[in-house]
Design a protein. Structure first.
Length: 369
């Protein structure tokens, strides 16, 4: 079991989110290796929303990054990143905000994505009025049914989108977040079906004279499957760099370790065998039934959680292992992405010592634009 304690922990107010830089660097190098080189990665910044971590990844040779919000795209533009994809449909005022961002950072290459011809036409018209031509990827729906164009409609859609003014349709984006198979072989079986569709589409586009320069595929669980079976594509994991307890449990084949923990303290012993931490659902993502694990207390079971409290009960026979009031207890978040978004800053530990504080730059929906 990894040791999440560090020298200065008693001086840190709780609850606090801690990033372990050595683990994050190790995870990042493993991702580069799995992708067969940094030039094949187009990772998502949603997990950390941090300029510091984006620059850390850029120092490993990664130049392409993916975002979900305008704020994340602006944050990424302030780093050493060169290519920035907003992998989220642009509608309403966000169209104007995105164009402002393009004008503000002319040294960066931006990409939009979309799956609706009417909205892409609005984007293209707005870009034309500003004498801008927006790079755009067509979003593919790999039967996840969140966003995207179904495989059977991509050719006609791509052809129509390529005729819109103000847009440079230059590829496909395919995120299969619906692949949760614990078995790698079963996950790969489903991915191979997606690869078959994508290869057919790419070949058909080339045959029709339509440019498909970029093909971005996969998330954290599936990108190794694509990396083993596809060439000339980009892979877009997000969680693997920081990682969490949920992915470690769900995908045992992935070679990563949780690089973040919440430092909490015991604040009460409300009844025999019970203890309460200062880490309610304002301190850890609560959108899933299992929110986090206590690696040092395997015999503690969750009783309930509220806004600022998380109460546990020691299992029968283990009451003597109950932690003392004031004792530090580390929690490994089940889902690190929305957990990070709950904090303004993360404390960064390296070599067992607190070394830096990183701002969660794009935690808010709006920075400048």
């Amino acid at each position: 079991m990894l040791n999440y304690h560090f020298v200065e922990e008693q001086k840190v107010s709780s609850p606090a989110l801690i990033y372990y830089k050595d683990i994050i660097l190790s995870n990042s190098r493993k991702a580069v290796e799995q992708a067969h080189g940094a030039k094949h990665l187009w990772p998502h910044v949603k997990t950390h929303k941090s300029r510091n971590l984006t620059n850390l990844l850029a120092s490993l040779g990664i130049t392409h990054f993916k975002c979900a919000t305008i704020a994340e795209a602006e944050m990424t533009a302030r780093t050493d990143a060169q290519h920035i994809l907003l992998a989220y449909p642009l509608v309403g005022p966000n169209i104007g905000r995105f164009l402002e961002l393009i004008h503000a950072y002319p040294d960066k290459t931006f990409y939009a994505s979309g799956d609706d011809l009417e909205m892409l036409s609005v984007l293209g018209s707005a870009a034309s009025r500003q004498a801008v031509r927006v790079n755009c990827l067509i979003d593919v729906n790999p039967k996840m049914n969140r966003t995207g164009v179904p495989f059977e409609n991509i050719m006609n859609f791509y052809r129509s989108a390529a005729q819109l003014n103000g847009l440079n349709i230059c590829g496909l984006h395919c995120y299969d977040g619906n692949r949760h198979e614990k078995s790698y072989s079963l996950r790969e079986k489903h991915v191979m079906e997606t690869i078959k569709h994508l290869n057919h589409v790419r070949t058909s586009l080339d045959y029709s004279g339509l440019s498909c320069k970029y093909l971005i595929v996969g998330g954290s669980p599936t990108f190794p499957c694509y990396a083993s079976n596809m060439e000339n594509v980009f892979f877009s994991p997000g969680t693997v760099f920081v990682y969490d307890a949920g992915y470690r449990e769900q995908f045992p084949d992935l070679p990563y370790e949780p690089g973040a923990a919440i430092l909490s303290r015991v604040v009460s012993h409300p009844a025999k065998g019970f203890f309460t931490l200062d880490a309610g659902y304002k301190a850890i993502s609560a959108e899933q039934h299992l929110r986090g694990i206590l690696p040092s207390l395997p015999h503690a079971s969750e009783a309930f959680q509220s806004e600022e409290h998380w109460t546990f009960r020691m299992d029968d026979g283990f009451e003597r292992e109950r932690p003392d009031i004031g004792q530090i207890v580390y929690i490994l978040p089940w889902h690190i992405c929305p957990t990070t978004a709950l904090y303004d800053n993360v404390q960064v530990v390296s070599g067992g010592k607190l070394t830096e504080t990183w701002k969660v730059t794009a935690r808010n929906r709006r920075l400048t634009f």
